[in-house]
Write a protein that binds this ligand. Structure first.
Ligand SMILES: [Fe+2]
Ligand SMILES: [Fe+2]
Length: 474
């Protein structure tokens, strides 16, 4: 299918051939722009930003780089190419052709899945809206804005599905996606982590590393869906998502690099001295990491969940890498290990694999996460510093599921309420930590200049030189 990029809404879904749908989306578009103006990146609307825009789904050339004013960004609707032969790969409908329309009996569940995914996209834009004011460089500012416009496009991707396949209910849900607000007491975003603040750039990098990676795993599970339009749209979203996680991984890596350089230069690992030297000490990095990891793994939901079983058996949401498994893809007789709390102790347990699919996806996510933390440690070790960042135990600081409320140290030891109160400030970013990090945040916006607390990047954007003018402020 050709891309009608000249249309108001760039797309490869033949919007022009469905006037009713096109009108519905054109009606939603000004509402979206109003939301972007009110809740999108602060003080950004007149700048020309060197951004990537999705213009096709071709793996080798799907994006176009140029200066664009963000309110003029072309948020398009792109589905990865369909395969006419594709079958449902799992659950009770395994082997049947995938659905091009929503099966009536799965309508409510599918809508819920799409709305929950869709809600995270504008939420993160809201969470990040003040960060541009304290960017450590033009390069980072551009990356923030890139992530923001692409989360906006992901919202469009979900709204397209709602409008196209869910009639009036879908249109109402699409409106509600623009009405909820991250952190709002009366009308918050749906999931916990998307109501937390992202107040500083260390939090932003941690968020894009940990929480956008949750996005990756959710999208990978939805890319297996028997509802083909959902599978195809999420497959294309994953192309953009990779950059978001890169921003996070490289960002934290550059913070670590800079801190380690100052540690070597001044022969000190004393957090107070390092703070006085204007860099973020590694224990503070570890406390941020502990916070973002624990809040993010809650996003996968309860360890044992009948919804997860239903979503799988109905063919709506598969496992990460579904087709790579050699099992029956029905899972009715299989078991999966889960942690249990027995008399206040953690114990190994088992649950029916179908009900434990959230836990399985969480475990896959944790594996991926640990690998990246290992890459951060390599930066530290390369500079000869005997220090290591670690990923906390998966029961640490949980708020969802049977592990919620358990008092546990990051290394997985059950602790008393008294020890928790006394040690919590060693384990999770404190108000003082956040105030210190905030004190470092000051806008650096001269091309090629970087804030003192972060190293320059090692990888260019679209092969542009390091002192490239990524943002023209006008
Ligand atoms: Fe997204
Ligand atoms: Fe993302």
């Amino acid at each position: 299918m050709t891309i009608t990029y000249a249309d108001r809404i760039p797309n490869n879904v033949d919007l022009g051939g469905d006037k009713l749908l096109q009108r519905a989306l054109e009606h939603w578009q000004p509402e979206f722009l109003k939301w972007w103006t009110d809740m999108g990146p602060e003080d950004s609307h007149t700048a020309d930003v060197y951004l990537r825009t999705a213009v096709s789904v071709h793996p080798s050339g799907w994006a176009h780089f140029d200066y664009v004013k963000m309110p003029d960004y072309r948020w398009g609707i792109f589905l990865a190419p369909g395969d006419g032969e594709r079958k449902v790969n799992f659950g009770d409908h395994k082997g049947e052709p995938v659905w091009q329309d929503v099966p009536g009996e799965h309508r409510a569940n599918l809508r819920r899945i799409i709305v929950t995914q869709g809600d995270t996209e504008p939420a993160s834009v809201e969470q990040q809206r003040h960060l541009g004011l304290t960017c450590p460089s033009q390069y980072d500012l551009r990356n923030l804005f890139q992530v923001n416009v692409e989360e906006g496009r992901h919202l469009w991707a979900m709204v397209y599905l709602l409008h196209r396949y869910f009639g009036r209910d879908g249109r109402e849900e699409a409106e509600a996606l623009l009405q909820r607000r991250s952190g709002d007491r009366d009308n918050p975003r749906i999931l916990g982590a998307f109501n937390e603040r992202t107040p500083d750039w260390l939090a932003f990098f941690m968020f894009t590393y940990f929480t956008d990676r949750d996005g990756k795993f959710q999208l990978l599970a939805l890319a297996e869906s028997g509802f083909d339009p959902l599978a195809r749209t999420t497959r294309f979203m994953l192309m953009e998502e990779a950059h978001h996680m890169y921003v996070g991984e490289a960002g934290v890596g550059r913070v670590i690099q800079r801190t380690c350089e100052v540690m070597l230069e001044h022969k000190t690992d004393d957090p107070d001295r390092l703070r006085a030297l204007g860099v973020i000490d590694l224990p503070t990095v570890q406390r941020y990491l502990n916070f973002h990891f624990s809040v993010t793994i809650d996003l996968f939901g309860a360890d044992v969940s009948s919804n997860a079983a239903t979503f799988y058996s109905s063919g709506l949401k598969g496992r990460y890498g579904e087709t790579k498994y050699g099992d029956d893809h029905i899972l009715r007789d299989a078991m999966y290990p889960v942690l249990q709390v027995i008399d206040g102790r953690l114990a190994a347990g088992e649950a029916p694999a179908l009900n434990a699919l959230n836990e399985k996806l969480r475990d896959d996510y944790i594996k991926d996460t640990v690998a990246g933390v290992g890459r951060w440690n390599r930066i530290i070790h390369k500079l000869g510093i005997p220090c290591e960042l670690t990923v906390p135990h998966k029961a640490f600081n949980r708020k969802i599921g049977p592990l919620a409320g358990l008092r546990l140290s990051p290394d997985g030891r059950i602790v008393s309420e008294a020890e928790w109160s006394a040690r919590q400030r060693d384990w999770l970013a404190t108000d003082e930590d956040r105030a210190f990090v905030a004190s470092l945040m000051g806008r650096v916006a001269t091309p090629g200049a970087y804030a003192n607390w972060i190293s320059p990047p090692t990888l260019a954007i679209n092969k542009q030189p390091a002192d490239f003018e990524f943002v023209r402020f006008n």
